[in-house]
Design a binder for this molecule. Structure first.
Ligand SMILES: C[S@@+](CC[C@H](N)C(=O)[O-])C[C@H]1O[C@@H](n2cnc3c(N)ncnc32)[C@H](O)[C@@H]1O
Length: 246
């Protein structure tokens, strides 16, 4: 099984870690003791050792970066889950669904192997772009709009689902695309971009980077985004989608 993350996930563990505030929101709807399947588990961010958990991940490179003593990991993809019917209570699918080749097939598989619910952390492709993808990398925004399922797609496959907005703290510990909304210099660092798949997909981002660097040097960025400065968190479109299985 080959996987994009065998190539782009080489140093994922360096910049991608659980943010405790997001983790609290993710687990809010999960009963203690629930048996969890973490689909697209990556290096194990947001896994909680208090729950019995199995990680499912297609990329060996990502599995190799899981910490010693983390939950057992099985190699596989969401579209063909290598588990018997109704094996787990709850599924987690965190910042992974936009990488899946076939959302419908994966949804059927999740309904087959889960008993209670699946909790997604995803991004709503119908929100307005935040400054990074509005002013510097509009091609990322356009591509992400095609990759991320719409909220109505979740409702179509999981008719009983609730959707929560996720406020991203200004000091977010995880390093996903929208995490540094108040720390623009972060996006100039190659090590930050290396752990964000949207940048990995871009053929050429020199022009956007140069424009950002220039705007930061001459204070244009601060002028244009002045209203962000007093904020401690921002909704840039991330959503927790909690879907009941029945
Ligand atoms: C952005 S990472 C997120 C990893 C982890 N959930 C986290 O929050 O840090 C996306 C993960 O989805 C995995 N992935 C890609 N295609 C997949 C598929 N079809 N089924 C399951 N996981 C997949 C990738 O290998 C990668 O580890």
């Amino acid at each position: 099984m080959s996987s994009t993350y065998d190539v782009i996930g080489v140093d994922y563990h360096l910049k991608r870690h659980s943010d405790p505030r997001l983790k609290t929101q993710i687990y809010r709807s999960i009963e203690s003791g629930s048996a969890i399947l973490n689909v697209g588990a990556g290096t194990g961010s947001y896994e909680d050792p208090r729950y019995p958990l199995v990680a499912l991940e297609p990329s060996l490179r990502m599995i190799e970066q899981r910490p010693v003593n983390s939950a057992p990991a099985v190699r596989g993809a969401a579209e063909t889950l290598p588990f018997r019917d109704k094996t787990f209570d709850v599924g987690l699918a965190l910042l992974t669904v936009h990488h899946w080749a076939d959302f419908e097939r994966a949804a059927l598989e999740l309904k087959r192997v889960l008993r209670k619910k699946i909790v997604f952390l995803t991004w709503d492709p119908e929100v307005s772009p935040f400054w990074l993808v509005r002013d510097y990398f509009p091609e990322i925004f356009r591509k992400d709009q095609t990759l991320f399922p719409k909220m109505e797609d979740f409702r179509k496959f999981f008719p009983r689902c609730s959707i929560e907005n996720v406020e991203i703290p200004d000091d977010c510990i995880d390093g996903f695309l929208g995490a540094h909304w108040k720390r623009p210099e972060e996006y100039l660092r190659p090590s930050t971009r290396q752990c964000i798949s949207a940048f990995q997909r871009l053929q050429n981002f020199d022009r956007g980077l140069e424009a950002l660097r220039c705007d930061l040097e001459n204070d244009q960025w601060y002028e244009r985004n002045r209203e962000l400065m007093p904020l401690q968190s921002l909704d840039v479109g991330y959503r927790i989608v909690i879907c009941e299985i029945f």
